[in-house]
Design a protein around this ligand. Structure first.
Ligand code: GLU
Length: 414
């Protein structure tokens, strides 16, 4: 039987600990989530009936600051998955050195078959149920798969109604008019591109005519493709949940986006060939960006991959087994805890701006994001080179070391 997602995350933690040798008590603390809340969420459906959905919020660790992490709505959401993602958020916030612990939440539901009103009622009741755990000083949710600015607005409103006054800092990824931050929408992708550019420097490669394939054409995949396309790269393939498209001359990303919004899929775009996602994986490219679900690249399809750089836009889209294969082939890996951290970095900026009631311009946000991403890349690369370990283990070493330091110096209570 293959390992569960959380077991995979623990294996990476174990690998990292071979280079950290943490005291047993500290190591054990980091293998267990601090708090896990499971809620049942009753929702009045449009047909008049009531349906119950299961929701979760896991706060993995908050030694370094309030817990932070997104909320996903997806039929496959389980406690194991949310715990794994909460652990990754903990290392991620520490890798980029922002003062947050890690959390994640989610509801097992299929928003593609729900009306907007049903999603609104689900969001409000879920927020109420996890309301005992969230707040600007405790735990700050954000968007993740199938949640967006509107969901964050409903969460902010529900929490504020419970308090009796407006609390913008309770969630990030909000609309700008409610205290959202400029640049948050494309922050994950813009941070990801910064790490790709740093990797290109290491490999002596240039962005001109760089060939790129992107798996997933949601917020992260689309913006990553768009930023790279605008910088002069050739995005030769993109895939979504329905299939893939390929054009060796490069796709016009703006046109592909228009096609997707019209037909709900990238497939059928006239200036490209339709492929299956697995066929796209077999096509050679310089950079591959998996930006959809976890475990998209696994031991069953990893042998097909011919690329120089893999940048994880999603959280752990490459399984540990596949990661080993890619490393042994000399592929430059940019693990999600580093590569996709730009989202939570700008979430941090949003939270700071909300607490100060003072807002920054887009240039300030971009500059600060770039500085943080470049610094984190260099720190992870230095560990990888010094200890001769792969980038995923190196990033985990850096993140876990920072969390362990905070846990150690705070000491055990009582
Ligand atoms: N869901 C995003 C992630 O996985 C962002 C989390 C946040 O901004 O809190 O990193």
């Amino acid at each position: 039987m293959s390992a569960s997602f959380f077991e995979e995350v623990l294996m990476t933690l174990d690998n990292a600990n071979r280079h950290l040798n943490l005291p047993q008590g500290i190591f054990q603390r980091l293998r267990l989530p601090r708090r896990s809340l499971i809620v049942s969420v009753p929702v009045q459906m449009d047909n008049g009936g009531v349906e119950f959905f299961t929701g979760y919020r896991v706060q993995y660790d908050f030694a370094r600051g309030p817990a932070k992490g997104g909320i996903r709505y997806h039929p496959r959401v389980t406690l194991d998955e949310i715990t794994a993602l909460a652990a990754l958020m903990t290392w991620k916030c520490a890798v980029v050195d922002i003062p947050f612990g890690g959390a994640k939440g989610g509801v097992a539901c299929d928003t593609t078959i729900m009306s907007r009103d049903e999603i609104k009622r689900l969001t409000r009741r879920y927020t109420y149920e996890i309301g005992i755990l969230i707040g600007p000083e405790i735990d700050i949710p954000a968007p993740d798969m199938y949640t967006d600015e509107q969901v964050m607005a409903w969460m902010m409103d529900t929490y504020s109604m419970m308090k009796g006054y407006s609390v913008p800092g309770v969630v990030t990824g909000k609309p700008i008019c409610l205290g959202g931050s400029l640049g948050r929408n494309r922050a994950t992708s813009s941070g990801l591109v910064t790490t790709v550019i740093e990797a290109l420097k290491v490999l002596n490669m240039s962005i001109d005519n760089l060939t790129v394939s992107v798996l997933g054409f949601g917020k992260v995949g689309f913006h990553a493709a768009k930023i790279l396309y605008d910088l002069g790269a050739k995005v030769i393939g993109v895939a979504d949940s329905k299939g893939a498209i390929y054009n060796p001359q490069g796709l016009n990303i703006d046109e592909v986006a228009k096609h997707k919004s019209q037909f709900d899929s990238v497939q059928g775009y006239k200036e490209a060939e339709n492929l299956t996602v697995d066929e796209l994986l077999s096509i050679e490219s310089d950079v591959l960006i998996p930006a959809a679900l976890e475990a998209q690249i696994h031991k069953g399809n990893v042998d097909k991959i011919k690329t120089k750089i893999v940048a994880e836009g999603a959280n752990n889209p490459v399984t540990i087994e596949a990661d080993e294969v890619l490393n042994s082939k000399g592929v430059f890996m940019l693990p999600g805890v580093l590569a996709n951290a730009g989202g939570v970095v700008v979430s941090y900026f949003e939270w700071v701006q909300d607490l100060q009631r003072f807002f920054w311009n887009e240039q300030e946000i971009d500059d600060r994001l770039n500085t943080i991403m470049r610094r984190a890349f260099k720190e992870v690369l230095a560990i990888s080179q010094e200890k001769k370990i792969d980038m995923r283990t190196a990033a985990t070493v850096l993140g876990v070391k920072r969390v362990a330091e905070a846990v150690t110096i705070r000491g055990l209570y009582p």
